[in-house]
Write a protein that binds this ligand. Sequence first.
Ligand code: AMP
Ligand code: MG
Length: 526
Amino acid sequence: MKKITHLDQLNFDNRFVRELPADEEPLNTRRQVLGACYSRVLPTKVINPHCIIYAQEVADLLDLSPEVCASDDFTQVFAGNRLAQGMDAYATCYGGHQFGNWAGQLGDGRAINLGDVINQRGERWALQLKGAGATPYSRNSDGLAVLRSSVREFLCSEAMYHLGVPTTRALSLTLTGETVIRDMFYDGNPQAEFGAVVCRVAPSFTRFGHFQILAARSDTDLLKQLADYTIRTDFPELGEPSTAVYAQWFTEICRRTAEMIVHWQRVGFVHGVMNTDNMSILGLTIDYGPYGWLENYDPDWTPNTTDADERRYRFGNQPAIAFWNLVQLANALYPLIKRVEPLKAGLAVYNDTFEHAWQTMMAAKLGLSIFDEALCNELLKLLPIVETDMTIFFRQLASVNSHHSVSEAIEQLTDAYYVPEQLTVDYRNRLSHWLSLYSQSLKQQAVPDDVRRASMNAVNPKYVLRNYLAQLAIDDAEQGDFAKIHELLDLLRHPYEEQTNKQHFATKRPDWARQRAGCSMLSCSS
Ligand code: AMP
Ligand code: MG
């Protein structure tokens, strides 16, 4: 296929702005936007942009040649300094439940959409700049993003993609050359930080909250219009919108959301801010803010200090919160369907899909062809009792052979334990018992060890974006050294493969990272 050699050659089809009503007020002032799905708004120009990195795989989705990506024009366009031909910049209106409470209008407060590219394969890819300046939805904030959070969004979007988790993508990470003031821990210590912009890419960025805001305002006509638009654009396989199709559509959202959450639980990803405005209608992981990766397996862990008391968005609560969020979406779609049963049926599909996919996933993590409830439950009880690195544990479990003695098996797992003294005699006995049951299951299914190891290693990653690794890359970036960002992107392109000379990226969190900001504790400030 022919690559695009200039950004003005991109083929835009800006259906969202063409088919849905625009805010009539042209001024970029903060306000409630009624009777419209979006406001046209230009990105704020920046003085001295510098493209730190771009993802070749995402450029490929847009048919962009490496030369275009290396050009100054690419830097200018994806910093928001120039609109390429066919771009039509806008911010969308949505609402949401934040931490369980209805928050009213939120909207793209620091995201500016540039339009939808139709690539040479006929795929639709929406482009969105995050951190490109204020919009009518910025409320009392500046519309900007800082380097640390932009590095985290860029790397994690791509890491998740390569792990096989449904996600929005990241094309580029660009320094603006300007500073942004942030009070990282909301403790009265505002600091000047480097500003940055990420260009996100997804089939669409529509969220549960886009429908919620219209339902909350009793704007049923526009609710229907947006639902019809979304079904026709993002779910064409469902056919022409009708009451029955709305119900099928909701069911499909439930199904996709369940699949996404199972992936999060598989890789140990904690989103951190599962507000309904951060839930994609396509079942994609969206909005990489104070997310984190489980180091020691602890279902109660959340990286988000803003949520430290209630821990609403802790790892183990993600499946229940996704359900809660879907209930809010069901409420929002009720005016279109006007019956409760089809919505309840959709929610039941969430539960059934989750349960089935979760069991299949856990069986695969253990290398078993059939889910063994007792074996799985006992393991999930054992893991949090002593600090056990989730990623290392499952990766090492693949090396346990069916002919290993129990003590040899424990030997294989020692790398996963943070505090060896916690492995008391009692604990070892319990673990030994589990390992002998596990070994029996393996013998029963009679799959050769090397075949099982390969299948386990295809679902249990060796490399994830450990919280401290992202922070080390950020520390360097803040000193103007971007090498670690490049190195991490390269590494995380192949998370399931053993990579030579990369073992240091697969080791336990070092002790210094336990209590360091950015490593174990993050706030929403970004
Ligand atoms: P988040 O918690 O990042 O999902 O953001 C919640 C809402 O706040 C969304 O409507 C965002 O667009 C908005 N928001 C977050 N940060 C900023 C910012 N720096 N400037 C303007 N709006 C923001
Ligand atoms: Mg958000």
